[in-house]
Design a protein around this ligand. Structure first.
Ligand code: URA
Length: 471
């Protein structure tokens, strides 16, 4: 008798005991507590711990599949582990009916988890003792709340929240995760201010040039639409897609022709030696003429960092893009737009930040009249660190946020992976702290809308962490 449907720990305890006692699947009747007491009056309590060893992979799959809504899942899973205990190769037998069912059920659960990560939308409830609290209503296909809650715990660590589903609720309060009974949609407010931000964001990442309506429906099935504020904008966005593609074509790349020097607008001003740089103004002039590496030969101008000279947070990108190169300012092109929106959502004021790049000139490959972005090499980043270090020495930020792998290398001098450093605050060798996150242009490149929404939520959470640490 299982007290709670979908509770893996309870099922595993029972299954292990039965397995250790050698009880064959056909002699077990699995029931939920709502199905009432035994018809046979001979219920046994399973006490044995069980010494039968099962593969890690199978246990991980079982932990997911137990959330499946089909009533016979506990029994089917038990039959599979019973067989697997006798046949180590069972999972590899792809034509086996049990294995086929298991893989299918696992796929359905993983898909459901993915959708929940992407489509939960929190509504603000209010503020209590300085902590904001939020609630979300969600109707997953399966009983996956316990599988997904740790993701929301990591991502929204700094606020109190509850996710209410028809089966159960997860509550994160005072940095403790608890579970309670299911609820109803009317427990959660219908809309709030965050909603507008979602709609703005969706409008911004909606790429009219890549619209594939069938694929869109598959990724964001209609059943989720009623709880997604941005879904109401889908029809108008689709209707305006063609005109937007035309505008994008015109605005996406400058027509600066790198093969002539007509586009070089650089103004020659007073020469300043690198070693004499004493202010951010000096630095901006000196960086313009830097010849430590050849990138600058083709760029319009050097782009130094901008922001208050006593900023608490320094945010480091990779290198100026096409628009930044022409305007001489960091993050003013499409990636800058994504960054601005995410900063606003995380409660960070761009004007209070020092924004800069690991590399100060635009590196590109000429393609006709277009200039296509090229990644700087590790050696170029290392050469340009001289300028970044100078900016760090002048601004002395308490916290540096690196956007993307090039920025991380620029700051740390090492080629570390973002994934290995993300979600934590690191102490920097020369003092100050570091948070590593993705580059905003990564979000612009993701064709899968659900994935983009998920990645963006993580990006905003990283920025919110930066705000907390700096505060
Ligand atoms: N990408 C960057 O890394 N920096 C900018 O300034 C603009 C785009």
């Amino acid at each position: 008798m299982l007290a709670e449907a979908g509770d893996f720990a309870e099922w595993r305890r029972a299954a292990r005991g039965l397995l250790a006692d050698g009880v064959a699947p056909q002699h077990v009747s699995w029931r939920g507590s709502e199905e009432g007491a035994s018809l046979f009056g001979d219920d046994r309590t399973i006490a044995s711990g069980g010494a039968v060893s099962l593969s890690r992979e199978l246990l991980q799959i079982a932990e997911r599949v137990i959330c499946h809504r089909d009533a016979d899942v506990p029994a089917r899973l038990y039959r599979i582990i019973w067989r697997a205990a006798r046949d180590r190769q069972l999972l590899a037998r792809t034509t086996d009916a049990d294995v086929d069912w298991l893989r299918g059920a696992d796929k359905a659960i993983r898909r459901d988890v993915h959708k929940m990560h992407a489509f939960v939308r929190f509504r603000r409830l209010g503020e209590d003792a300085g902590r904001e609290s939020f609630a979300a209503w969600f109707e997953p296909t399966h009983r996956i709340l316990r599988l997904t809650a740790p993701f929301f715990q990591r991502r929204f660590y700094g606020m109190d929240w509850a996710i209410v589903t028809p089966d159960a609720r997860a509550i994160w309060r005072d940095e403790t995760l608890t579970y309670g009974p299911g609820g109803t949609r009317d427990e959660v407010p219908d809309s709030d201010v965050v909603e507008d931000q979602w709609r703005t964001y969706y409008g911004a990442i909606f790429n009219p040039a890549r619209v594939k309506v069938a694929a869109m429906r598959a990724e964001m099935p209609k059943k989720y639409w009623k709880n997604l504020p941005e879904a109401q904008d889908i029809a108008p966005l689709l209707a305006g897609a063609e005109a937007r593609v035309e505008r994008m074509r015109e605005a996406a790349v400058s027509l600066a022709n790198p093969l002539t020097d007509k586009w070089r607008t650089r103004v020659q001003d007073e020469w300043i030696r690198d070693d004499d740089v004493a202010t951010l103004g000096d630095l901006a002039r000196a960086v313009d003429r830097c010849t430590r590496c050849p990138i600058g030969c083709n760029a319009t101008q050097g782009v130094a960092g901008e922001g208050p000279d006593a900023a608490r947070i320094m945010m480091v990108g990779e290198q100026p893009g096409d628009q930044e190169d022409l305007q001489g300012r960091p993050f003013v092109g499409p990636a800058g737009q994504v960054l601005n929106d995410a900063l606003a959502e995380a409660g960070l004021d761009r004007a209070q930040l020092f924004l800069t790049n690991a590399v100060k000139h635009f590196k590109f490959e000429p393609r006709g009249k277009r200039r296509l972005h090229q990644n700087p090499t590790g050696a170029e980043i290392d050469l340009c660190r001289w300028w970044l270090d100078k900016e760090r020495a002048l601004v002395k930020p308490g916290l540096i946020v690196t956007l993307g792998a090039s920025a991380l290398r620029g700051v740390t001098g090492k080629a570390a992976s973002i994934a290995s450093m993300r979600g934590a605050v690191h102490e920097l060798a020369g003092g100050g702290r570091l948070i590593a996150t993705i580059h905003p242009s990564f979000l612009l490149r993701l064709p899968d809308r659900a994935r983009a929404a998920e990645e963006r939520a993580m990006f905003v959470a990283d920025l919110a962490l930066a705000r907390q640490i700096a505060a």
